[in-house]
Design a protein around this ligand. Structure first.
Ligand SMILES: [Zn+2]
Length: 113
């Protein structure tokens, strides 16, 4: 059974949904001649802005301005990245001990008595 629409209910036309807000921010930034990063830095540097908000802007902008620090051991030496080597997908050959598909290519070389 369909419910009758209550007059004046629901979201108003042109209300601020997520997309509208993002579009509005982008428009405001473009009009101000600022990129989102520039905006973040602008807010971060504004002494009139709440400190909590300035902190948030600093955190949001940091990854775009500073490289992530490489992990170090206790002596301060950079720990090289871990390189993962996938184990062979083929089964180990009983004849030669290597990993290869199908018949052993080294089998023919073996002398059969
Ligand atoms: Zn083999």
């Amino acid at each position: 059974m369909k419910r009758k629409k209550t007059p004046g209910s629901g979201r108003k036309k042109g209300s601020k949904n997520k997309l509208n807000r993002a579009a509005q921010l982008a428009k405001a930034l473009a009009e101000a001649g600022m990129t989102p990063l520039e905006y973040m830095l602008y807010v971060m540097r504004d002494p009139k802005v709440r400190p909590e908000r300035r902190d948030e802007m600093a955190k949001a902008a940091a990854p775009y301005l500073h490289a992530k620090r490489a992990p170090e051991n206790r002596d301060g030496h950079t720990i090289p990245p871990m390189i993962y080597t996938h184990p062979p997908l083929e089964a180990q050959c009983v004849t030669c001990g290597e990993y290869h598909p199908g018949d052993c290519p080294k089998r023919e070389k073996q002398v059969v008595h």
